[in-house]
Ligand binder design. Structure first.
Ligand code: FES
Length: 490
């Protein structure tokens, strides 16, 4: 038997939706839709929900499963499931009123605006249409819209991934005569944090933040309508010194550069080199403590992530080529910043570089000698950086490392993989959105009673601390996992 929690709402008797618990027998591969039917049969519950094709094609059965958008006909039910309606006004139980977004689509005239006389003269070559095929394969289940943290948490309006994808479909059509880019900018093209939640819940695997949002940001930059003024310094700084930020400290690499003969090299990233050199020194020391040497190559440069995320793609090939040359002699390249790791793994291959990149947690998890660790009496929780959990599919290893440290008490927060708002150029370009999201995350951290939130991304680390400070929880510290390990090895 499994327990299933279903959101119930009947406007005639309820003021607001509430969860009801049902127990049913789970059959192999039982889907949410089967479970709802089983509940209705067993309890005569009369739960209202939509479905049609039952094959993942029509999108009508969209629901929230433990807070994430999903198709009820495709999602396998598990014990403890929480099934709620999508984030629209509820009509009854799981049936929602989507008229607001349908009206928006109507307002934006989201159909091809072309001069039909000339339409046939426009060449739509197969390559162009193959490139946008994925973006055109949406089945309108609204999972992405209902799960997007900016749509749901931030106070600033954002059309969200559904509309961005929709606009991008027309923007990329050579027959389109309307200025779709302006529409995208008006709907918040620069409000997306690149968290990847929309891709992770999309039943059609549409990469809206990359193939629609970042693609349109690059077009905006090319035609002079992007990026945001605050993003220009990323490119200027990189042009000057290979780093996306400035520093008044001695860069970590200047102090630590070495040649040990090791086949492992450290890709520091801009934040560790210029802002958090202590994280870099801690990595070198912890590896030494565990009998591992690491090289810190001097000539390395920014991975290009701040440029890719904000549409300033012009310099990226140069950065990729430079890093490819610098790291070519190494078997393994270690990162301590999830954004850098994800960019090196996911974006650099498109620019012709395929280094063997490992996040520090996947490298260390089977190499740390816990017998040398001291007790660290601390209660902690873990924040999954978007570019680690979704970007690199790394979730277990950091948790295993934390649990390895004697004395540490670990408690999960409610949604550890919810975006903190640090990425996608949001922290600098749209600080209010970054703060709204980090405050929401800070409340979850506070609810665990932890003294520290651990992560593997200097951007998240900074933004989480801002959120904690903003809700008056500045006694809780935001920490890189290496800082926690340092306490264990001190
Ligand atoms: S019923 Fe059609 S997609 Fe689920």
């Amino acid at each position: 038997m499994i327990k299933v929690y279903v959101s119930r709402f009947n406007s005639e008797i309820d003021k607001e939706p509430h969860l009801e618990c049902y127990e049913i027998k789970k059959t192999p591969q039982m889907k949410v839709l089967d479970a709802l039917q089983a509940i209705n049969e067993k309890y005569n519950a009369d739960i209202s929900f939509r479905s049609s094709c039952r094959a993942g094609q029509c999108g009508s059965c969209g629901i929230l499963y433990k807070g994430n958008g999903a198709l009820a006909c495709q999602k396998e039910i598990q014990d403890g499931a929480i099934i709620e309606p999508l984030k629209f006004p509820v009509i009854k139980d799981l049936i929602v009123d989507k008229s607001s977004i349908e009206a928006k689509v109507k307002d934006l005239n989201l159909s091809l605006q072309c001069n039909h006389k000339n339409e046939l003269d426009t060449d739509i070559n197969k390559q162009d249409s193959a490139k946008t095929k994925k973006v055109r394969s949406c089945i309108e289940c609204y999972s992405c819209f209902s799960t997007c943290p900016v749509v749901n948490i931030a106070t600033e309006e954002f059309g969200g991934p559904y509309l961005m994808r929709y606009i991008s479909k027309f923007e990329s059509d050579p027959r389109e005569k309307f200025d779709r880019l302006k529409e995208a900018l008006d709907e918040g093209l620069y409000n997306c944090t690149s968290c990847g939640k929309c891709l992770s819940v999309c039943p059609k695997n549409i990469n809206t933040f990359g193939d629609a949002i970042e693609r349109m940001r690059a077009i905006a930059v090319a035609n002079g309508s992007g990026p945001l003024p605050e993003h220009v310094s990323f490119r200027e700084n990189i042009e000057k010194n290979g780093r996306s930020i400035k520093t008044d400290k001695t860069p970590f690499i200047k102090e630590a550069t070495n040649k040990t003969g090791s086949k492992i090299a450290f890709f520091t990233g801009c934040m560790v080199d210029y802002k958090f050199p202590e994280i870099g020194h801690t990595l070198v020391n912890i590896l030494k403590e565990n009998g591992i040497d690491i090289d810190v190559p001097e000539e390395q440069v920014c991975c290009g992530s701040p440029l890719l995320r904000t549409g300033q793609t012009e310099l990226v090939q140069k950065l990729v080529d430079k890093n490819k040359e610098v790291f070519k002699e190494y078997d393994t390249v270690l990162t301590v910043c999830s954004g850098c790791g994800s960019t090196l793994k996911n974006n650099h291959p498109e620019f012709g570089s395929n280094l063997n990149v490992m996040d520090v947690s996947e490298f260390l998890v089977d190499k740390l000698d816990s017998s040398k660790m001291h007790n660290v009496d601390m209660k902690v929780t873990w924040h999954d950086p978007c570019h680690l959990g979704r970007g690199q599919n790394i979730k277990d290893q950091p948790r295993e490392i934390i649990e390895m440290i004697p004395g540490v008490e670990f408690e999960e927060m409610k949604y550890p993989c919810q975006c903190c708002g640090a990425g996608g150029g949001i922290k600098s370009g749209k600080p209010d959105i970054a703060l709204d999201l980090s405050k929401s995350k800070a409340e979850m951290i506070k609810d665990t009673g932890a003294e520290a939130v651990i992560t593997i991304c200097p951007f998240c680390e900074l933004n989480l601390q801002d959120g904690l400070d903003a809700i008056g929880a500045n006694d809780i510290k935001s920490m890189h996992i290496l800082e926690l390990l340092k306490k264990a090895y001190e």
